[in-house]
Design a binder for this molecule. Structure first.
Ligand code: NAP
Length: 281
């Protein structure tokens, strides 16, 4: 029930119809009995700045930000958290009552949460990781692994220059490699993370020679529609442990919920099951 005291939060993207975030946050709100609501917003492609300006002042407590606005969200903010700064993008804006806009990034926390849940015992400090892709998601992942103490983060991308740009912004722990050095990049890694958009809708595979990874390496795909991407299916077929993008989405939602509603989400709700049901429709 919406009351005069309801706290409003939401997700902003274009398109936003497919977003599972309203399902996740509203299930948590209902179970916790919090007087809050989480709604989708979809401003026109060039309307993000005006949209954010309209929310300044705290009418809405905050918004998660998804494609294509994650970089623009940084520019709209008055204050940027160190982890959003490192990631070069923001998936969370908080509007204070004083009229300030704070940009944060919880995608990196979500990524590490997914490893904790689905690859128990995984230690990011234990060896090099390789990230495929050099967009915003890849940069955020690289920043998260650097912050978590990874000794080396290798970035392999189709457009090598973009991999170099990420490395340039994150220091010497991050090493860019061109696609034709993929096999070398996979040698000795503890994890391979697909942060490209290849594999979306189940089409395409990156043809990464996963056999070149150590047998105990963990393979992760940020894409969660389909949940079991061709990339993850191949990893499973050769016996590698896998981590999926849905657990990352849930993992980024936890600190977002805390920022919006001032409490942890209730543990008793199985939001993964709810999302799986929605994805199957
Ligand atoms: P982006 O900025 O558009 O970057 C896309 C990347 O994919 C680029 O590096 C691009 O390479 C590469 N790429 C696209 N198609 C390719 C292909 N056929 N072969 C090889 N490389 C290809 O996107 P993003 O924001 O970083 O997001 C990447 C993915 O992560 C998306 O699928 C997004 O939905 C997902 N994601 C998931 C979560 C989650 O919570 N699970 C969170 C954030 C993002 P070039 O540079 O050569 O073009």
């Amino acid at each position: 029930m919406i009351t005069g005291a309801t706290t409003v939060a939401g997700v902003v993207g274009s398109p936003v119809r497919h977003s599972l975030s309203p399902l996740i946050h509203n299930a948590w709100l209902a179970a916790a009995g919090v007087d809050g609501v989480y709604v989708p917003f979809s401003p026109p492609p060039h309307g993000f700045k005006d949209f954010v300006r309209g929310l300044r002042g705290g009418a809405v407590r905050g918004v998660n930000v998804t494609l294509p606005f994650k970089e623009e969200a940084m520019m709209a903010a008055d204050e940027i958290s160190p982890r959003a700064d490192l990631a070069g993008a923001s998936n969370l804006l908080i509007f204070t009552a004083e009229g300030h806009i704070l940009a944060d990034n919880t995608d990196g926390l979500g990524l590490l949460h997914a490893f904790q849940v689905q690859a128990p015992g995984f230690d990011p400090k234990a060896g090099p990781v390789v990230i495929l892709g050099a967009g915003g998601a890849a940069r955020g992942a690289a920043a998260a692994f650097v912050a978590a103490g990874a000794p080396e983060v290798r970035i392999v991308n189709r457009t090598y220059m973009r991999a170099e740009q990420i490395a340039g912004g994150l220091g010497s722990t991050v090493v860019p490699l061109p696609l034709d050095r993929m096999a070398e990049a996979l040698g000795g890694v503890i994890a391979v993370i697909n942060a490209t958009s290849a594999g979306l809708s189940g089409d395409g595979d990156l043809n990464v020679p996963l056999e070149a990874t150590p047998t105990d390496a963990v393979v992760m795909d940020m894409v969660y529609k389909p949940l079991r991407t061709p990339f993850l299916a191949r990893a499973e077929a050769i016996g590698r442990r896998t981590v999926d993008g849905l657990e990352m989405l849930i993992g980024q939602a936890i600190p977002s919920f805390e920022a919006f509603f001032g409490r942890s989400p209730p543990a008793e709700v199985d939001v993964r099951a709810l999302c799986l049901e929605a994805l199957s429709q």
